[in-house]
Design a protein around this ligand. Structure first.
Ligand code: WTA
Length: 645
């Protein structure tokens, strides 16, 4: 099948970009043939206190060992701040745009450095030491980046929990990594609405008696309950803290952070990233993928509670001395022009967002975009889920006015940084394709039996070798790391995504092939939603699948069997949705709840999710092989009563 829709690299980009077609191919070849040579050269972009002993030591067999730049000593915070002070001390590091359009703030590198040092001293004074875990539950305010960098400075491991998660989800994440200190704020603010973060924290901490310190940022000024002996205000602690704090010397393989993410089964797992490889890789990808040039203003709209914000709002950009914009608000507040008003206000050059936001804005028509200038924009990016070609074209034509290449970046919490992506000066674009691997990345497509497929093909996406920013383990559970990613297809890293490769070698990610769903670019395990549902007294059994959703990409479709004696009702449906929302967070609220007198199972009792997905997608004419079904009439009932037609 020929792709007629190809957008060649613009002439001006060929000349000006860091990487063009020729250099891409040369550098890619070298990165695969001589990874040691390639990465030792590029690792020099980072300041090391002491050089590494081995560049790469990784093994996808047996116990799974992934190490990069071992023996090298560095500090991530030093690389993001101290080393820029001479040259860029007075240059803006973070531009913060509040939820309220009249509120913004900037921090120069020197100001950020001083705030971070102060907070690092605060943490030390509270007894936080190298290797301790610090849970951060903050909205998108500068203190979030400051707290992360302060942890990195003293060698503490941060675990940022997205502000949209419920008290229960927060408690799970605090317990799993055994954090003794939590940093939060009175409230968060999104689209004019207040989110009671401190109250949520209080509720979570009922289940976490080990936490003996809570530091509270006063943000909205809303009323909070300060627990004597446990809770302290950020601003009071910062008042007397010195603005100098020497950075801790860390090994390249010392942990930098934990970030929880959803998998197919069980509770979210703590993805562990270490220091050296992560810093090298995130800074290199930030420079090349976004073609970052000195002075550019770069805006990634993600929440720092997700990996995108860690790697491409904080660590990558700041390591590069960039000007990174951080946005507290939402795309539709005060109105649907907000993104573009912010672009104009701060003269943003590079804009990176999620397909779900693009689809939601596209639905409002062109007018809210057209009434803004956007002349400053030169490059657009997307991340988090597949982008449908219609949304890609709208983004390209209307937002970028056919002037800005789009980088569709494929990666995961586990990968730490972007793995498959166009480089704007090197890659001809095809709407909907993440195109080609970044340097050092060796993707392959395999079939169900694990055989590597050649040429144009489709199957499961795996990685054949490690790259510097790859996760090292699941915190506290290396066995789970092995079984999740390396057991099904031994010797390969299994991404959980399906993909197609075309005759030009371009990759097209088709979405998750496991029980992970991607709702508005937020990753959720269907098992998590199911266990929230069955925790409700009216529910006997539940099965959750993803279903197509125009804006969110995927919606949440739940099949619920009630305990006998409980009658289905609209009211119960609403209260179950509300229940899940309370248990996990608003992002997990089911879009559809279908009453299921029974669930389709095999004769051995396994729920046939494949069939449930088809019914939820309204693809009922071809259910595939149903010969193993124990009770075919169960499926007929579900089809008759399906919620989407
Ligand atoms: C999906 C987000 C298609 C994919 C950085 C992956 C994408 C999951 C893309 C990881 C893309 C991310 N095209 N799908 N450009 N980017 N995904 O861990 O299914 O929140 O496995 O990391 O998002 O989500 P996560």
């Amino acid at each position: 099948m020929a792709d007629t829709n190809v957008f060649p690299v613009p002439e001006s980009w060929k000349k000006s970009a860091w990487i063009n077609k020729e250099t891409y191919h040369e550098m890619y070849e070298r990165s695969i043939k001589d990874p040691e040579g390639f990465w030792s050269e590029h690792a020099k972009r980072i300041d090391w206190f002491e050089p590494w002993k081995t560049v790469k030591d990784s093994d996808f067999q047996g116990d799974i060992r992934i190490r990069w730049f071992e023996g090298g000593k560095l500090n991530a915070c030093y690389n993001c701040l101290d080393r820029h002070l001479d040259k860029r001390g007075d240059q803006v590091a973070i531009i913060w745009e509040g939820d309220d359009p009249s509120v913004d703030k900037t921090f120069t590198y020197r100001q950020l450095y001083e705030e971070v040092c102060r907070f690092a001293n605060v943490l030390k004074a509270q007894g936080v030491k190298k290797g301790d875990r610090v849970t951060i539950y903050l909205p998108m305010i500068p203190e979030l980046a400051i707290a992360m960098l302060a942890c990195a400075r003293i060698g503490a491991i941060h675990s940022v929990v997205f502000g949209g998660f419920s008290p229960d989800s927060l408690a799970d994440r605090i317990q799993d990594c055994d954090a003794r200190i939590v940093i939060t704020s009175d409230e968060g603010l999104r689209g004019g609405r207040k989110i009671p973060l401190k109250a949520n924290t209080d509720e979570a901490l009922d289940k976490c008696p080990e936490v003996d310190r809570v530091i509270v940022v006063r943000h909205t000024g809303g009323d909070v309950n300060m627990v004597a002996g446990r809770d302290l205000y950020w601003h009071e602690l910062m008042k007397d803290a010195p603005a100098e704090c020497p950075p801790e010397t860390m090994d390249a393989e010392d942990p930098l952070f934990i970030l929880y993410t959803s998998g197919s089964t069980g509770k979210p797992k703590g993805v562990l990233h270490t220091t050296g490889g992560y810093m090298v890789y995130t800074s290199l990808t930030h420079q090349y993928v976004f073609d970052y040039k000195e002075g550019d203003i770069y805006w990634c709209t993600a929440d720092i509670g997700w990996i995108t914000g860690h790697s491409y709002i904080v660590y990558g950009p700041l390591a590069n001395g960039a000007r990174s914009l951080m946005f507290e608000g939402v795309p539709n507040y005060p109105d649907f022009s907000r993104f573009w008003q912010v672009v104009d206000k701060h003269q943003v050059n590079i804009f990176y967002t999620a397909p779900t936001a693009i689809r939601a804005l596209m639905r409002q028509g062109d007018e809210p975009v057209r009434k803004t200038s956007r002349k400053s924009l030169k490059l657009l990016g997307t991340v988090g889920e597949p982008i449908n070609p219609e949304a890609w074209l709208w983004y390209y034509n209307v937002v970028g006015e056919k002037r800005c290449p789009i980088v569709d970046t494929w990666w995961q919490t586990e990968t730490g940084g972007i793995l498959i992506t166009p480089l704007p000066g090197a890659t001809d674009l095809k709407p909907g394709s993440a195109t080609r691997p970044f340097f050092g990345v060796q993707p392959a497509i395999i079939n169900q039996e694990g055989q590597i497929l050649e040429g144009a093909c489709s199957g499961y996406l795996v990685m054949l070798d490690s790259w510097p920013a790859m996760m090292r383990t699941v915190y506290g559970d290396h066995e789970r790391f092995k079984t999740t990613y390396f057991v099904q297809y031994p010797g390969k890293y299994f991404t959980g995504d399906g993909a197609r490769r075309d005759e030009d070698g371009y990759y097209w990610i088709t979405g998750r092939v496991d029980d992970v769903i991607n709702v508005s670019g937020h990753r959720l395990g269907t098992a998590e939603v199911e266990s929230a549902l069955v925790a409700h007294e009216a529910v006997a059994e539940a099965a959750v699948v993803g279903c197509p959703h125009d804006i969110k990409g995927q919606g949440i479709y739940a099949y619920v069997t009630l305990v006998s004696g409980v009658e289905p009702s609209e009211e119960l449906r609403k209260s179950l949705a509300e229940w899940v929302r309370k248990q996990i967070g608003p992002i997990a609220t089911p879009d559809y709840i279908q009453w299921a007198p029974a669930l389709p199972k095999t004769r051995s009792g396994k729920i046939m999710r494949r069939i449930l997905r088809k019914v939820a997608a309204n693809e009922v004419s071809d259910l595939g092989d149903t010969s193993t079904l124990a009770e075919p009439e169960v499926v007929e009932h579900l089809i008759r009563n399906r919620m989407v037609r």
